[in-house]
Write a protein that binds this ligand. Sequence first.
Ligand SMILES: N[C@@H](CCC(=O)N[C@@H](CS)C(=O)NCC(=O)O)C(=O)O
Length: 202
Amino acid sequence: MYQVIGTARSRAMRVFWMLEELEQEYEILEAGPRSEAIQKVNPSGKVPALIVDGKAIFDSVAIMQFLADRHNGLTYPCGSLERAEQDSFMHFANDEMDAVLWVATKHTFYYPEALRVPGIRASAEWDFARAMATLEARLGDNEFVMGDKITVPDLLISHCAGWALGAKFELPKGKLGDYFKRLRARPAMKRALAKASAHTQG
Ligand SMILES: N[C@@H](CCC(=O)N[C@@H](CS)C(=O)NCC(=O)O)C(=O)O
């Protein structure tokens, strides 16, 4: 059985969701960033980590793609043109959404106060709005970013959109708003949330 180190309020949520989509069993080892449990397996102290066959894999995106490849779900095969496009959406989400939100988060409460630059928030909102315009154009009338088939970047994008909402960034309405709602309504997402929350409550 897979083990995931992390919490629902971290990027580990992406991994729980992916495991639910793939209908894989997993155990949550609840531990936060910089905790002793994560530092034992990941020198950076960042969550999540996936423990598989005694080996720890880090980085939520690497973990999600590994699981998709291993269980042949939510992905196109390596070397296909579709996979190249799918990967480009992964990089888009990481560069234009995750990185922007992470900078804003660090300057809001994560860094020691002396290092926080409040003005960063305005530039992050500007970058995020541009990312939303790009995504809207790339999504078009599709159900998912790759068309009819849900793939790994949909989960990543949706997780970032939830993060943005929590951080009070403006999220578009219309087709993109519907796309976000569609993803968050997925039964696998709800199962992941219920399992992670039940875990947190003990
Ligand atoms: N690219 C990594 C980022 C991991 C990351 O930054 N995780 C946060 C929690 S969501 C963390 O552990 N931060 C601790 C730190 O930066 O010190 C991933 O996607 O897993």
